[in-house]
Structure formats: structure tokens, C-alpha cells
Design a protein around this ligand. Structure first.
Ligand SMILES: Cc1cc2nc3c(=O)[nH]c(=O)nc-3n(C[C@H](O)[C@H](O)[C@H](O)COP(=O)(O)OP(=O)(O)OC[C@H]3O[C@@H](n4cnc5c(N)ncnc54)[C@H](O)[C@@H]3O)c2cc1C
Length: 545
């Protein structure tokens, strides 16, 4: 068993990431936002930590004592600091609520189990005592996946949850942070779910291995959260999505333990791993993951290409995704607006405005020979598709700033801009329609926002679309975004996209998800939930229609 050498800095309670990396917007950028979008400083300053309003702890002391008897003194925390830091996730509405001092969704206590058996015992106790349990990884959910419905009437679980819960606990998996074993022959590593991605990479690097999973939330998100929300990282073209990496897993449920995955592929009936991948803590708690690993690359090379239009760039992405050989490790195409705004220097890509073209970043990771081979193959495809090679600079710029956008969001929120992202996916033939539908919905709902988009996850049959929206905050930024999000969700459903390619369902996408899977699909999920969690304590209100 190996534990990581370093722990990440605690996350900023009302924003993103390491507080030391927070940055103010430079005055010229503020001026530009005011001119272009009419952004004005918010009327009320953000609440300080001391001003946050927390509900009283609802859980009776004997239940807190019983939890402590399982996980040990010091591993059940009902102090303000722990409760505030486990309130909601990190979507823009979550941050706006915290900035306004509203911690009304705080759990009553934070429970930190140290082993699978402790998780199982906590679930048994909470089922008996009717305490809702929210599994908590890195706390980076952007779909409302960390807010329990206290009344128990939401969430599709009819059994036993009427009348509400005695309280809510956040089950923080941070102490399950070990690299349990490495099987270098099968190229599988067993890791615990509370490991944050950088810690996991650090432990694997000591064995010359990598997972290759680098979402933008990399600094803080955990392996358990990746599996529970079907995450996809920036290098998904080369390393695959997180759910592709899961060879096996152990899950604790209120009814008992499940061990899944004993062969690379199996014809032994439906694959039960798929029931828990994407289950967002509603069916059980993932306590161990057997993950496919790769050799750590010797070389990482990123470069930029210019395409005249998003349509031409999209066609090039498709050709790379459908070619015989392996695609680049990273493949990312910004539309005209995103290209112009920031991913590259517009002056180098052409004149400003919609003539700036579109930036495609291609990245290659592996041995020197493999990188050279794949780069040559991809270059030939990209040239033939009309791409102009821009050299390594745009690729290196992207790689340097790949985890910094969430910090910029905090600065923009403080300056009076609403900024949020949303994502979807569909088959290639439908992609232009979906792109237009979501853009139009956002433009219609918000007046004159900046709507940017990129494609960064590709498959032989289709791709995802990732939108970033920036607009001037109104006096009711929560209502403003809720209306825009509703319009975007409707557009996604109507245009044939999935409601999420990698953020998950949570509470925010539950309605659209219900429509996506239909009545019978919802019934199946409720049936599984009732079998595994008859008291309905696991993440009530999340996922299940
Ligand atoms: C700035 C930012 C950028 C992001 N970029 C990306 C991106 O590039 N790609 C991407 O895929 N996502 C991205 N996300 C979304 C988020 O990081 C992912 O959904 C991630 O998988 C969540 O991991 P986590 O450890 O933070 O999980 P949490 O947010 O703590 O939990 C997510 C859900 O999983 C459940 N859960 C957590 N751990 C377990 C467990 N062990 N067992 C059972 N259920 C569990 C929780 O109850 C919750 O419903 C981003 C989020 C932010 C804020």
C-alpha cells in the first residue's frame, strides 16, 4: 500500500482551487468587459467566511456518537469549517450561492471513513437511522450532484423515505487514498477512490505509469468522482474516457458489497460495472477501483493548426477520429468565437472577428518513435483537410493554461460577469444542428452574451460540444442562468443530443435525463435503487427520475 507524499491545498470555500492562485482581473480586461458586454461590478460584495449562514445541525448527538464509534473520533466533523467546505459543488450557481453567504444546503456533519468496512458500517447505520448520505470526492460536481433532498420525497425512492431524513452527512472519501497494488503484467493498478488525480498520478509515476486522465478539474477531483460521474479528460482521444479505464470496482451498498470485473471483456450477462459507472452515489459507494494504466510518456508534444471555419475543422477532427491508425492523444478544436477570445493570439490567426479562423490543438504523448509516427500520420490528414500548421506555440500555450480557466471564472464572477459552461454530445451527422440549436438557445435567453464552443472528445461515430458562456450579471444572476440553462437543456433534448457527455446528471439534469431514457428507463433505475438502497438514503434527489 502506498499513500501520496503531498496533500493538495484545501479548496477555496466560495470559489475554485488553491486560494494562493486566485488572481484579480487586470483593469484593461475589466474595461473591455464593460464595453463589450456591459459588465458592471455587483452591487453587493461577496460574503466573508464569517458571514455565511448555516442551518443548525439537525442530527441528534447519539447518531453523531454512533458514527464516531465506526470511523473514530476526529473523523466525524460537525464544525462550521467542515460543513461549509462540503456544501454543494462548484457550478456557477453553487459559487453564486456561496458568495451570497447561503449555506442552507450544508450537511449536518462530515464523516471520513478509513476503509471499505467502515463505509459499509456507516451505510448500515444511516439506513437504520434514516440519515441521508452524500458520497463526497473532490466536491467538483457542476450538476448539483452533492445536494441531498432532505425531505426524501424527491429521487424516485418510494421505500422508507417518506417523512424526511433525520439529517444529512457528507461521506468524504479523502482517507481512502492508497495505491493498493500494481499488476505490471496486466497493466492494471488498484487505487482507492479518495485519491485526487494529481496524487494518483504521483503514485503511479513512481512505477513509470500514468492514467492519462486530465480533466480541467484535475487538481481537485478524485478517482471515485470520475467513475461515479463518467468523467472525460482533455487527453481522452489518446487515453480514453475514465469509464473506459475501469477494469473492476468494489462498491459498498446498504444491502452489501459488490465486486465487479474479473476479465477484460466478458459475455457473462450484462456488465454490472455499467450500473455503477455514472451512478453518482445513488446506488452505492465506490471503495476501490482497478484501473487500466499506461506507460508514462517520454515525450509530450502539442501543436496548433488553423482552419478557416469550425465546419472545416470539425470535418478534419472527424477524419482523424475515423482513420485507421491511432488519433492524437489530445484533440481540441475551438470555434471562431473561442479562438478569437482567448485560446490563441488572434493577430497570428488572421484578422479579428469571424475571420480569425479556428484553432485546433493536437497533442501527442508516448515514446519518441510513437509520437513521431502518429504526428506524421495526423499531419497528413490535417493538411489534406485544409489545415495550416502553426507550430508548437499555440499547443504549448494551451498546455500551460489548461487548468487555469476555473480561476478566471472566480475573477469574472467578482467583476460582475456570469460565466458558466455546459456540454453535450451526438453523432457526427447531427453535430452542426446541435451546435446551432444550443448557441441560438443561449443567445435567445441571455440577450447578447459571448457564447464560445469547442470539441475536445471525439469518437469514430461522434463528438462532444462544450460551450462557455459569458454575460453581464443581472440583479438576479441565479434566475438569469437558470433561464439560460433551461433553454439550453430544451435545445439539447430537441436537437437529439445527450444531456451530458461528461458532467453527469446530478439534480440539474434530472428532468432532461428522464426524457432521454423514457418512462421504462426511469422505472429500471428506480427498481435498482429500491433493491440496493431500500431506505433511499443514498444521495436522494440526485440522478434518479
Ligand atoms: C472547473 C471545473 C472543471 C471541470 N472539468 C471537467 C472535465 O474536464 N471533465 C470532466 O469529466 N468533468 C469536469 N468537471 C466536473 C467534475 O470535476 C467531474 O464530474 C468529476 O468527475 C467529479 O469528481 P469529484 O471527485 O469532484 O466528485 P464529486 O463532485 O465529489 O462527486 C460527484 C458525484 O459523484 C458522487 N461520488 C463521488 N465519489 C463517489 C464514490 N466514491 N462513490 C460513489 N459516488 C461518488 C457524488 O455523490 C456526486 O454525485 C469539472 C468541474 C469543474 C468545477
Amino acid at each position: 500500500m502506498e499513500t501520496p507524499l503531498t496533500a493538495a491545498e484545501p479548496m477555496l470555500w466560495s470559489g475554485w482551487g488553491d486560494p494562493a492562485k486566485a488572481a484579480e482581473l487586470p483593469p484593461p480586461v475589466r474595461d473591455l468587459l464593460a464595453q463589450l458586454l456591459g459588465v458592471r461590478a455587483p452591487a453587493t460584495p461577496a460574503a466573508t467566511f464569517g458571514e455565511v449562514r448555516l442551518p443548525p445541525v439537525a442530527l441528534p448527538p447519539p447518531v453523531l456518537a454512533a458514527l464516531a464509534a465506526i470511523v473514530g473520533d476526529g473523523h466525524v466533523r460537525a464544525d462550521d469549517d467542515a460543513r461549509i467546505r462540503h456544501t454543494r459543488g462548484k457550478s456557477t450557481p453553487d459559487l453564486l450561492l456561496m458568495r451570497s453567504g447561503d449555506a442552507s444546503d450544508a450537511p449536518d456533519a462530515v464523516v471520513l471513513p478509513g476503509s471499505h468496512d467502515e463505509v459499509a458500517a456507516v451505510l448500515r447505520l444511516c439506513a437504520e437511522q434514516r440519515v441521508a448520505v452524500v458520497p463526497f470526492g473532490g466536491g467538483t460536481s457542476v450538476v448539483g450532484g452533492l445536494v441531498a433532498a432532505r425531505c426524501g420525497s424527491e429521487g424516485g425512492s418510494e421505500g422508507g423515505s417518506e417523512g424526511g431524513f433525520a439529517g444529512v452527512v457528507a461521506l468524504d472519501l479523502a482517507r481512502l487514498n492508497r495505491l493498493v497494488s500494481v499488476d505490471p503484467v496486466s497493466m492494471i493498478a488498484e487505487l482507492e477512490p479518495g485519491l485526487r488525480a494529481p496524487q494518483a498520478e504521483q503514485l503511479l509515476a513512481a512505477h513509470g505509469l500514468t492514467l492519462g486522465h486530465f480533466p480541467q478539474s484535475y487538481e481537485y477531483a478524485t478517482l471515485g468522482g470520475f467513475a461515479a460521474a463518467r468523467s472525460s479528460g482533455q487527453a481522452s482521444a489518446g487515453y480514453g474516457r475514465f469509464d473506459d479505464m475501469v477494469a473492476g470496482m468494489t462498491v459498498a451498498t446498504p444491502r452489501g458489497t459488490l465486486e465487479m470485473g474479473r476479465a477484460p471483456r466478458s459475455a457473462a450477462g450484462p456488465d454490472l460495472r455499467q450500473v455503477f459507472l455514472g451512478s453518482e452515489g445513488a446506488f452505492g459507494v465506490i471503495t476501490s477501483l482497478r484501473l487500466r494504466v499506461r506507460r508514462a510518456p517520454d515525450v509530450r508534444a502539442y501543436e496548433g493548426w488553423r482552419f478557416a471555419t469550425f465546419a472545416e475543422g470539425t470535418a478534419a477532427m472527424r477524419r482523424l477520429a475515423q482513420q485507421e491508425g491511432p488519433p492524437p492523444t489530445v484533440l481540441r478544436l475551438s470555434d471562431e468565437t473561442e479562438t478569437m477570445v482567448g485560446l490563441a493570439k488572434p493577430a497570428e490567426l488572421g484578422t479579428a472577428g469571424r475571420d480569425s479562423g479556428c484553432l485546433l490543438v493536437a497533442g501527442f504523448e508516448g515514446s519518441p518513435g510513437d509520437v513521431a509516427h502518429r504526428r506524421d500520420g495526423a499531419s497528413a490528414v490535417l493538411v489534406e483537410a485544409g489545415g495550416v500548421h502553426l507550430g508548437p506555440e499555440p499547443g504549448d500555450t494551451w498546455a500551460r493554461g489548461r487548468f487555469s480557466a476555473p480561476y478566471l471564472r472566480d475573477s469574472l464572477l467578482a467583476a460582475g460577469a456570469t460565466v458558466e459552461t455546459l456540454e453535450t454530445a451526438c453523432f457526427w451527422s447531427n453535430l452542426p444542428r446541435l451546435y446551432d440549436a444550443v448557441r441560438l438557445a443561449l443567445l435567445g435567453a441571455l440577450g447578447s452574451p459571448l457564447v464560445m464552443c469547442h470539441i475536445s472528445h471525439v469518437y469514430a461515430t461522434g463528438a462532444s460540444l462544450y460551450f462557455t458562456v459569458v454575460t453581464a450579471q443581472t440583479g438576479d444572476p441565479l434566475g438569469q442562468w437558470a433561464a439560460a440553462k433551461r433553454a439550453a437543456n430544451e435545445a439539447i433534448v430537441q436537437a437529439g443530443g445527450t444531456i451530458s457527455h461528461h458532467h453527469g446528471v446530478g439534480r440539474d439534469h434530472r428532468e432532461a435525463y428522464a426524457e432521454e431514457i423514457g418512462d421504462l428507463g426511469g422505472e429500471i433505475l428506480r427498481g435498482i435503487k429500491e433493491r440496493l438502497d431500500p431506505a433511499g438514503i443514498l444521495n436522494p434527489g440526485v440522478l434518479i427520475p
